[in-house]
Design a protein around this ligand. Structure first.
Ligand code: SF4
Length: 284
């Protein structure tokens, strides 16, 4: 981890777990940053083109969505998939101390620059915290704890330092640890494991497949049929699961699976999930 950028003048966290920010969105404490800061291209997921820094046309004055309960029916399915991992409230309440971009327009540019960086930091924290919860990854836990503490420090840095952060370098360093974590965990699965890293599996028929311990890092599984598949201890980091059928699949102990990936997929209440992920409300 020697090449990881060092946060500026912020004392190391004495106990990373104690100071870890909340890694789930708390929209009530956020100034609707995803609805303003991010750009969206018109698609099946988002009904209109929206440039970065422009409020969504559905955003109300109180920072709430005017069509929140009708998003999927009105062409804004992507909004129900998105998750900021808690970056929104961190930027709103910590980095900018509760000053919103409407009443403090001088913060607007910096706030919108920082939000995508913070989202990546929170996503990394989520992966590292997940790896630290895996007993099989114990040999790499000391380095993961260090990475967690340093990344957490970054989430408390000032706006300009965050905007200048080489987050790609941080991602690369942490990814090395996550790769080692993956190898340690998947090595516990007996037999030959499938390697589909980065594979094009769009629309693949994998119903009932034995994918225990498989390497599915970055695999394109869009609209793949994974119903009834056994994905225990499979590494799903970065896998594209949009419209994949996860009905009755077994994802217990799958590693690096995120809630946004599940939100983008199809599934049923019989789909078995790793803790603490939950069945999306649109699953039946
Ligand atoms: S940025 Fe996150 S916390 Fe803020 S409105 Fe969007 S999802 Fe909610």
């Amino acid at each position: 981890m020697d090449d990881v950028p060092t946060p500026p003048a912020t004392p190391p966290a004495a106990s990373p777990a104690a100071s870890l920010p909340v890694l789930q969105a708390d929209c009530g404490n956020c100034f609707a940053l995803c609805c303003v800061a991010l750009p969206f291209a018109k698609s099946s997921d988002f009904a209109v083109d929206k440039p970065a820094g422009t409020p969504c046309k559905n955003l109300r004055q109180d920072f709430r969505c005017g069509i929140h309960t009708r998003l999927r029916d009105t062409g804004f399915r992507g909004c129900t998939v998105f998750d900021c991992f808690g970056a929104g409230q961190q930027v709103s309440q910590v980095t900018f101390g509760g000053r919103d971009w409407r009443t403090h327009p001088e913060t607007t540019r910096a706030m919108f620059d920082v939000f995508p960086v913070m989202r990546q930091l929170h996503e990394l924290l989520s992966y590292v915290a997940g790896a630290l919860a895996l007993p099989d990854a114990a040999p790499v836990h000391p380095e993961l704890r260090l990475a967690l503490a340093r990344t957490e420090e970054w989430t408390r840095a000032e706006a300009q330092a965050l905007a200048d952060l080489d987050v790609a370098a941080l991602r690369q360093e942490i990814n090395t640890l996550l790769l080692r974590t993956s190898e340690l965990v998947r090595a516990k699965v007996p037999g030959r494991k499938k390697n589909h890293r980065g594979a094009d599996l769009m629309g693949a028929r994998l119903a009932g497949a034995d994918l225990r311990g498989a390497n599915l890092r970055g695999a394109y599984l869009i609209a793949a049929d994974l119903s009834g598949a056994d994905l225990r201890k499979a590494d799903l980091i970065g896998a594209d699961l949009r419209d994949a059928d996860l009905g009755a699949a077994d994802l217990r102990d799958a590693i690096f699976l995120t809630q946004p990936q599940l939100n983008a997929a199809r599934g049923t209440l019989s789909t078995r999930l790793p803790h603490p992920l939950t069945h999306p409300t649109h699953w039946t």
